[in-house]
Design a protein. Structure first.
Length: 101
């Protein structure tokens, strides 16, 4: 999973709303909080109510808009140059590696 997730419209911070009673503060992250629950959180609450780390099972940055298309050729090339076979096959996907050479 990526450190970023793409959404269609803005979300508001759950902690601002539930805990502080402040509505409408834009959420910047979808994150696992320190008590184990998931919440949409603003920048400030990302720092104070979560481990503050992006990644699978931790948090994703929220970006409004469409996800850009993957440049698989660049990913395959970078993985091959780095010798990262796992990333190489992830970038190739169901395709033929020859198609990316």
């Amino acid at each position: 999973m990526s450190d970023t997730t793409y959404i269609k419209e803005k979300r508001t911070c759950d902690i601002c709303w539930y805990v502080e009673g402040t509505a409408g503060i834009e959420a910047s992250y979808d994150a696992r909080t320190n008590d184990g629950q998931w919440a949409n959180v603003c920048e400030g609450h990302f720092q104070t109510h979560t481990p503050g780390v992006l990644g699978t099972g931790k948090a994703q940055r929220l970006v409004i808009g469409e996800e850009p298309p993957r440049d698989r050729r660049a990913e395959v090339t970078a993985a091959a140059e780095a010798g990262d076979i796992e990333a190489f096959w992830d970038a190739v996907g169901d395709g033929d590696p020859v198609d990316f050479l």
